[in-house]
Design a protein around this ligand. Structure first.
Ligand code: FPP
Ligand code: MG
Length: 335
């Protein structure tokens, strides 16, 4: 099963709906919890693995719907750290499915370039089998400079794991004397998350009728428009999708006000921090991590200023950490 659909004419009704929706605000980033594959398998009396295969097919359809609407970024929850507790047979099956699909994506690499998609993998990739790490790394590396669209696939991911990693990273900075405890802020923590390169999702869709986050993007979805839908993931239809987008558009003003007030609060905190630095400097106190341009330090400048290169300390276990894990798997690729 290919990631890309053959080019075919969109029906009149779909084109009409797409145009109506495009007249409103289009989300810049959609996050999806693809839930209900096993219940679907049970419902249609097939193997669990078939349910997950159907789930993958649905993902390719949804990506096409997003592409048609001009949604530039999608993040999907493909495998949670909690999912490792499932039976060995199911976990092995899911790992094999993901490996096959990433290999298939690499076989279709001209389509990755044609669509300009940057594929990222978010999570603690070291928990995955080496073969999958290798397949993921090939695609991530191949597509890393694409800028038209982004697909983030969360694998071996949970939000609490991501946040505690970010906190550990900052603590390490403090322990090494590269940061002061007072440098720790919301914006610095954000820069240490796997998603540091992405805007927060404008909307989150979860299928299957479960109304919970299941440890997915807890930090990033604080202000997102939430759509919990009763449909099982393999049965998710374009009409369900349009409904979720319309609900986002309907709530857009509240969403925008909330994100804007959060942004103002963060900017204010940064300004307060800068003011404090200036006051400290005037009082003759050395400011160990100020980057000298009056800007809030990010993890990179904070670490680099002290002569520590990004190679020595992975700045986040997400993006930069992934680069590190790519370095490791690169050896495997060339083996
Ligand atoms: C949740 O349904 C689904 C998963 C844990 C796996 C999702 C994976 C895919 C759709 C394949 C993705 C593959 C790639 C390469 C991105 P569930 O198993 O929790 O079903 P249930 O809620 O009915 O028990
Ligand atoms: Mg489930």
């Amino acid at each position: 099963m290919s990631w890309f659909k053959e080019e075919r004419k969109t029906s009149f009704i779909r084109t009409f709906c797409n145009n109506v929706i495009k007249a409103g605000q289009i989300p810049k980033h959609v996050a999806i919890i693809m839930d209900g594959n096993r219940r679907f398998a049970k419902k249609v009396k097939c193997e669990r693995s078939k349910g997950h295969e159907k789930g993958f097919e649905k993902l390719t359809e949804v990506l096409e719907w997003c592409f048609d609407l001009g949604i530039p970024e999608v993040t999907v929850y493909a495998f949670s750290i909690e999912n490792f507790k499932r039976s060995k047979e199911e976990v092995d099956g899911l790992m094999e499915l993901a490996t096959q699909k990433f290999d298939r994506l690499m076989e279709e690499k001209e389509m990755i370039m044609k669509h300009g998609v940057c594929v990222r993998a978010l999570g603690d990739l070291t928990m995955l089998p080496e073969e999958l790490q290798r397949s993921v790394a090939r695609v991530v590396k191949y597509s890393q400079n694409n800028t038209k669209a982004t697909l983030n696939v969360c694998l071996a991911y949970t939000s609490r794991h991501e946040i505690s990693n970010a906190v550990k990273l900052m603590a390490e900075g403090v322990e090494l004397g590269l940061l002061k405890a007072s440098d720790i802020s919301e914006s610095l923590l954000e820069k240490c998350l796997y998603t540091s390169h992405s805007p927060h999702p404008d909307m989150l869709i979860r299928t299957s009728g479960e109304v919970r986050f299941s440890d997915f993007l807890l930090w990033q979805c604080s202000y997102s428009s939430l759509s919990f839908l009763k449909v099982l993931w393999p049965e998710f239809s374009v009409w369900d999708f349009y409904g979720a987008i319309l609900s986002f558009q309907w709530n857009y003003k509240a969403f925008k006000d909330a994100t804007e007030s959060c942004r103002i609060k963060q900017t204010q905190a940064e300004l307060d921090w800068e003011l404090q630095c200036v006051l400290d400097e005037m009082a003759g106190v050395s400011v160990s991590v100020s980057n000298g341009n009056g800007h809030m330090p990010n993890t990179r400048s904070a670490f680099e200023q002290n002569g520590t290169t990004t190679e020595e300390i992975p700045l986040t276990n997400g993006y930069h950490g992934l680069q590190t894990s790519i370095h490791n798997v690169e050896e495997l690729i060339t083996k």
